[in-house]
Design a protein around this ligand. Structure first.
Ligand code: F6P
Length: 532
């Protein structure tokens, strides 16, 4: 991030030449055949520097790289001054330049500074009953992190407590959730960094109306509504007492905020000790990122390999494929984490980039995806690098772990099939004489489709903390290489402004002015057909 475009770096040019000359020869089958030690060379066991029991294995051997290519990719990170920017982040410098803010979510994992009292159990509702339901109302970073982590760590949850998450402005979301709640036993957590987000404030107001319809007295709101925010003024204006506000700071980016007071629903749901373990796991990864040479630095390795596909192979997307039902929201979470961070076409210096920046992140829990979109990943025309993520041990070893063994056999098989495929010769042999040419061709798997595999002993709060931080630092590294500001989100503003204007024009057709014919036509159709 030296002020130059990434494509001007000498290492970038070298990578382009390398790609042009070598990519046709980078065949995983051959690379493995040529080097029996490929797995040990291109895999690394992470051991939490502060807790040797928190480990995972990253296997990146099934990537279209050689040692010289990887070395050049790492030199690219150096040429982009990754180490300098990493140190600036940890030092609290204002690396979010457009908003003139520090980026210090890493400081939140210094949990000594962050005390949360457990709000339920001893917390009673307005009729003296114990709270048994929490409803987190928030959106984007004030929703996705808490949702993903409470799902991911459900085995650690207090099962007598139900957690709901309401995000969408669609009234269906809050309405269906409130149907499941008892006003006497529900705590609403209004999570909004700015406390101005239209969806969150509207949902919070509807929740308050619903609550007051039962509780009658406004004084009872204090026992059932808390706020997580940086904006004390707006919180108190909403009617939530300052004493019920858990504060945080503008240097916590929304999509990096689950470590802050935004994590209250997580802390309540899994207990504060487990929440602290989550923070510690992330802290361990922070130390690893900060102190490990780039050659062994796992987020950096993942980031530069991602750049190789994104910018030289022309891959458009990156799939996150956890073989763990508890992690079924992992890809949703990193859709915001990655795409809101690195979906930018302008560098920090204001130049239009002439290369690709952040990939489209998507994915779903295995094995479900195998029965829907994997066809395209195996035999489609696009190159889709993927991360396969799994625990060696299940929290639910039912039927003598039969389920888990089947799950893991798929977790091992899919990267193997993607990398090595099935040749025409093998298909012919299998089908025997008489098979049509078309059938033979349709059963060929070209292979050479790259993936990483991440395997860990058991999903614990600490392991999940490390995994999330791993991806956060990967995103940071890629943003530095591309020279963009990974910590603002200007791209979400325009739609918000237009929606505000349109909202004021929805009453009657004559109000609809200043739009193109398509937008005007759509609004007119809506006005004709609505029944409200
Ligand atoms: O969608 C834009 C955004 O600002 C996200 O970055 C953020 O996570 C989300 O809205 C919610 O913002 P807030 O926490 O301020 O309500």
């Amino acid at each position: 991030m030296s002020g130059r475009l990434a494509s001007e770096y000498s290492t970038w040019k070298k990578l382009q030449q390398t790609y042009d000359v070598q990519h046709a020869r980078l065949i995983l089958k051959d690379l493995f055949a040529q080097d029996p030690n490929r797995f040990s060379k291109f895999s690394e066991e992470y051991v939490d520097p502060t807790d040797k029991n928190t480990t995972f294995l990253l296997d990146y051997s099934k990537h279209l790289i050689t040692q010289p290519i990887l070395d050049t990719l790492l030199s690219l990170a150096r040429e982009a001054e990754l180490e300098t920017y990493r140190d600036k982040m940890f030092a609290g410098e204002h690396i979010n330049t457009s908003e003139d803010r520090a980026v210090l979510h890493v400081a939140l994992r210094n949990f000594d500074d962050f005390k949360i009292q457990e709000a339920c159990g001893s917390w009673k509702g307005y009729t003296g009953k114990t709270i048994n339901t929490i409803v987190n109302i928030g959106i984007g970073g004030s929703d996705l992190g808490p949702v993903m982590v409470t799902e991911g760590l459900k085995p650690y949850a207090k099962r007598d407590l139900t957690a709901h998450f309401v995000s969408n402005i669609d009234g269906t979301h809050i309405a269906e959730t409130l149907r499941l709640c008892d006003p006497e036993r529900t705590l609403f957590i209004i999570a909004s960094k700015t406390f101005t987000t239209q969806e969150t404030i509207t949902n919070a107001e509807s929740a308050r109306d619903w609550f007051l319809a039962a509780a009658k007295d406004k004084a009872h709101v204090a026992k059932h509504f808390v706020a997580l925010s940086t904006n004390t003024k707006a919180v108190t204006a909403f009617g939530i007492d300052k004493a019920n506000m858990f504060a945080f700071w503008d240097w916590v980016g929304g999509r990096y905020s689950l470590w802050s007071a935004i994590g209250l629903s997580i802390a309540i749901y899994i207990g504060y000790d487990n929440f602290e373990q989550l923070l510690k796991g992330a802290h361990g990864m922070d130390k690893h990122f900060k102190e490990t040479p780039l050659e062994k630095n796992l987020p950096v390795l993942m980031a530069v390999i991602g750049v190789w596909y994104n910018d030289f192979y022309g891959s458009q997307t990156h799939a996150l494929l956890p073989y763990d039902q508890y992690l079924h929201k992992f890809a949703d979470y990193f859709q915001q984490g990655d795409m809101e961070s690195n979906g930018k076409f302008v560098t920090k210096g204001g130049q239009r980039v002439n290369y690709q920046t952040g990939p489209i992140i998507w994915g779903a829990a295995g094995t479900n995806g195998q029965h829907s979109f994997y066809q395209l990943v195996h035999q489609g025309t696009k190159l889709i690098p993927a991360d396969f993520i799994a625990p060696a041990t299940s929290h639910n070893p039912i039927a003598n772990s039969k389920h888990h063994r089947i799950l893991l056999s798929n977790y091992f098989a899919q990267p193997e099939a993607l990398a090595f495929g099935k040749t025409e010769e093998e298909v012919r042999k299998e089908l025997g004489n008489g098979a049509s040419e078309a059938l033979v061709k349709s059963k060929v798997f070209e292979g050479n489709r790259p993936s990483s595999s991440i395997l860990f002993p058991l999903m614990t709060p600490r392991t999940l903390g490390a995994l999330i931080a791993l991806y956060e630092h990967k995103i940071f590294t890629q943003g530095v290489i591309w020279g963009i500001n990974s910590f603002d989100q200007m791209g979400v503003e325009l739609g918000k402004v237009l929606a505000k204007n349109i909202l004021s024009q929805l009453n009657q057709p004559s109000d609809v002015t200043g739009h193109d014919s398509s937008t005007t036509g759509l609004i007119h159709y809506y006005q004709k057909h609505r029944k409200e």
